[in-house]
Design a protein around this ligand. Sequence first.
Ligand SMILES: Cc1cc2nc3c(=O)[nH]c(=O)nc-3n(C[C@H](O)[C@H](O)[C@H](O)COP(=O)(O)OP(=O)(O)OC[C@H]3O[C@@H](n4cnc5c(N)ncnc54)[C@H](O)[C@@H]3O)c2cc1C
Length: 518
Amino acid sequence: MSSSERYMPEVLIVGGGATGTGIARDLAMRGVEVLLAEAGDLSSGASGGNHGMLHSGARYAVTDPEAARECATEGEVLKRIAGFCIEDTGGLFVSLPRDDHAYLDRFLDGCRGSGVRAEEISICEALRSEPNISSDIAAAVRVPDASVDPFFLVWGMAESAREAGATVLTHTPVTSLHVKEGRIARAVLGRGERRRTVRPEVVVNASGAWCGRVAAMAGQRIDMQLDKGSMVVFNGRLVNGLVNRLRPPADGDILVPHRSSTILGTTSGPGTLEDVRATATEVEGLLRAATEVLPGLSTARTIRSYAGVRPLLNGNGRGRQASRAFTVIDHSEGGVENLLSVAGGKLTTCRLMAEKASDAVMRRLGRSGACRTMLEEISPPVIGGGSFQEEVMRRKYGAFTGTILAECIGSPLGREEACSCESVSVGELEHFAASPDVISLSDLMRRTRAGMGYCQAGLCVFRMASALDAGEPRREIERFLAERWKGISPVLRGEQLRQEAFKAHLFKVHGIDHTREG
Ligand SMILES: Cc1cc2nc3c(=O)[nH]c(=O)nc-3n(C[C@H](O)[C@H](O)[C@H](O)COP(=O)(O)OP(=O)(O)OC[C@H]3O[C@@H](n4cnc5c(N)ncnc54)[C@H](O)[C@@H]3O)c2cc1C
């Protein structure tokens, strides 16, 4: 569509994280004509920078009962409709002798009151299910926490929305909203040749931590609290299920087994929207805290660190005390009748957030149509059978595996392995590189996991670049490696230090310094 053409979607959604893609899927399934515009790639905000924990609600049971209740219900819904990208590992909350013992009763009461299924188990039983945790634990509670891959959850919702008729545009920022007579009369999206104007009946601001900025384009104010959290990725599965510290939420008290790795998090502190990254000091603090529960962490191999910014609303406590419940803001009270913003919440509650926002949109449009997202699977759950390669793919792409696998089989080298850390085939890279959504190596990584493993793209970056066929491959490789380096440099020690020295040697032949930022 050229810049001069006009497009009239009924609803424009700003933001392609879990909230925005969830709303696009919900509305499209109700028959609404939807356009979603994402400034970067899908999951390039908090939806790709989180801990990957599908909350049972237990973490919030004492401090935030509303969020706990929402997580308890929605976690189970997501297990049903998005089983392909969820590992239902279960979780444990464990306390150490120096922790406050009175907290256990408050925790169990809170879980009961919020509908979280929590069961106190014996120390022996806890150590049987998690043999590597400290044998010194004082109490253990089992909860139905799970591990979710947010990249594939969001991608799956976007694909499902497209199947239902939605248009999803990545790398298309909303640059201005023009208000006339109390309504957004037009919105401008994209830059340069991709610039276009749309005239939606309703605009939904689902831009997470950017909600305040997007609302300000329409002269509206949302008081956001940007709270940065940092995480560390370890090589391999160091725990069988999620392990949480049984105490008031603090830094470094959750371990999440995640595909070929384990993720430790998080911190909580003031954040910004630019240059979001973990620091070496944060990494040290996380390691110190978590080693008390999992002593082996001190010698485990750290792969990288990363960070995200929580889109919290001000006015409800700061940082860890701020509520994780969400709000749908109707800006008609502020003088713009066709703008809604959705702020706060969790990845775990993204479906519910989408349902409530979509209900508000339907009221605004004067249309009827009930939400069906709770009933219809994004993709059927993974069931066994097929080759090893097919099995690995089904756990990423769910029902979309068939098409991708057919292309792998159809291409001469399609089934050859491109990234051995993450078992990604050349055909997968070729499939996604051909998508208009994918313009960078980071986009390709988010859709396949190539480059996410312990060698951090040291061996697969050239295979990725040849599949992408970027205009300036060398510059694209350097950009991608610089981004990886931001996460690697704070965790450089032991095996990973050796790995990076090896990479330096490999890349030197090509005149590339992978330790340079930008
Ligand atoms: C450190 C950390 C750990 C967390 N851990 C968990 C966890 O374990 N479990 C859990 O359930 N939740 C967790 N969360 C919370 C969860 O990640 C977020 O609540 C959720 O991902 C927010 O999704 P979103 O779509 O609202 O925002 P985002 O994912 O940030 O999406 C907003 C999108 O809007 C886009 N955008 C911004 N401006 C524009 C514009 N002008 N035009 C177009 N697009 C625009 C951005 O590029 C971005 O992609 C965590 C969050 C953090 C930060």
